[in-house]
Design a protein around this ligand. Structure first.
Ligand code: IMP
Ligand code: MG
Length: 197
């Protein structure tokens, strides 16, 4: 049994498929950056934390990791494109090879903001690796230098991607079929609050 209700979630990308594609991306990145100098992986929180963990271990190079967090206003399913910096990088990226690690590029608005922002800090190079891309939703063109998977225009959860801030720890990418929050009722809290006296 799992905390998510598997009968309400269609598997889009299995754990095995994720791992083998991420290993291939890691090998490609290793080849491209070998002998080039300082490499920094910039993880876009929160959605990319698992992708960063697996991708960084698939890259056979000395590198550093840093974290950035942005939030875009919008509804449950879609970002508005109005992006706000929540947590900035902790180190300078000047003269470094920067690779932005993103979970998904949907409208492209978040990534456009990040690229414009980081470019002003004079990195030696600035590239993008995204696990997922929904090409049909693009509102602005962003170049994705390394891409895991192109997916159809469906809202996905798992492997870092959330719905109501949950399901990030579901180990594969799935589509919620329920129209509601696909939690397993057996895992819902049964604790009752102590009654007021
Ligand atoms: P964009 O600015 O529209 O490209 O949106 C990028 C951000 O929206 C991602 O980093 C995600 O946090 C969120 N997002 C877009 N599509 C999905 C999805 O299908 N599932 C979960 N989050 C999504
Ligand atoms: Mg993201």
């Amino acid at each position: 049994m799992t905390f998510y209700d598997q009968s309400k979630i269609e598997t889009l990308i299995s754990q095995e498929t994720l791992q083998s594609r991420i290993n291939a991306l890691g090998a490609q990145i290793t080849q491209d950056y070998l002998g080039q100098g300082d490499v920094v992986l910039v993880c876009v929180l929160k959605g990319s934390y698992l992708f960063l963990a697996d991708l960084s271990r698939a890259i056979d190079l000395p590198l550093t990791v840093d974290f950035i967090s942005v939030s875009s206003y919008g509804n449950d399913y879609e970002s508005s494109g109005v992006v706000r910096m929540v947590h900035d990088l902790s180190h300078s990226i000047e003269n470094k090879h920067v690779l932005i690690v993103e979970d998904i590029i949907d409208t492209g608005l978040t990534m456009s903001y990040l690229l414009a922002n980081l470019q002003t800090r004079k990195p030696k190079s600035l590239k993008v690796v995204s696990l997922l891309h929904k090409p049909s939703k693009a509102k602005t063109h962003v170049q994705i230098d390394y891409l895991g998977f192109e997916i159809p225009d469906r809202f996905v959860i798992g492997y870092g991607l959330d719905f109501h801030n949950q399901f990030r720890n579901m180990p594969y990418i799935g589509v919620n079929l329920s129209g509601d929050i696909p939690l397993n009722p057996a895992y819902l809290s049964t604790k009752t609050e102590p009654s007021q006296v």
